[in-house]
Ligand binder design. Structure first.
Ligand code: GAR
Length: 192
């Protein structure tokens, strides 16, 4: 019998958001068990972070699969074997097909560095900056079958001031992400 939900963290890249979640769980600030970290990229720093935290790290390469659906079915099987309750996307740079989304209906959460519905997809910070937006932000949302379209859990804005560089703005966005992702997860995962 478990008294906490099992989380799977999925990441493709550097994994700074994933690190914050691992830290919050180990400090007891997020009442969950991180059961597995899964990456589509072998060289993702997220796999190193998982091992350091004593969490199972799994690399699953899409290259061995002939379709998105087959790859996603493989991920679903991996996660179901580990009795995952919540799938937390932390810079997982792949679109999930309905095969995946339907297997974890209302149980997949994503963080996106923009004020959705503006700037879905990749390079959101760069695109907002280049469009000279005066405000930017971060959205945590449930994942549905669209691209960055699911119901919003938490969204926060920051202002871009005159003369700020893309690097400065990017750093502020990441700081905001690291603050609100654990908060949003506490809200959705709640008491088990
Ligand atoms: C984060 O900014 C996250 O919001 C973004 O990738 C970055 C990953 O950074 N995700 C997307 O753009 C999803 N469309 P991290 O690996 O350091 O957490």
């Amino acid at each position: 019998v478990k008294n906490k939900p099992n989380l799977a963290l999925l990441a493709s890249g550097f994994g700074s958001n994933l690190q914050v979640i691992l830290d919050e769980v180990s400090k007891g600030n997020l009442d969950a068990t991180v059961r597995v970290v899964l990456s589509d990229k072998q060289n993702s720093q997220s796999l190193v972070r998982a091992k350091k935290a004593g969490v199972e790290a799994v690399h699953a390469s899409p290259k061995q699969f002939e379709s998105r659906e087959k790859y996603d079915a493989h991920l679903v099987a991996l996660l179901k074997e580990r009795d995952i309750d919540w799938v937390v996307l932390a810079g997982f740079m792949r679109i999930l097909s309905p095969v995946f989304v339907r297997a974890f209906q209302q149980r997949i959460v994503n963080i996106h560095p923009a004020l959705l519905p503006k700037y879905p997809g990749t390079q959101a910070i760069e695109r907002a900056f280049e469009a000279r937006e005066k405000e930017i932000g971060v959205t945590v949302h449930y994942v549905d079958e669209g691209v960055d379209t699911g119901p919003i859990i938490l969204q926060e804005k920051i202002l871009i001031s005159e003369g700020e560089t893309l690097d400065e703005v990017t750093r502020k966005v990441h700081e905001l992400e690291h603050r609100i992702y654990p908060e949003a997860l506490r809200r959705v995962i709640g008491p088990f």
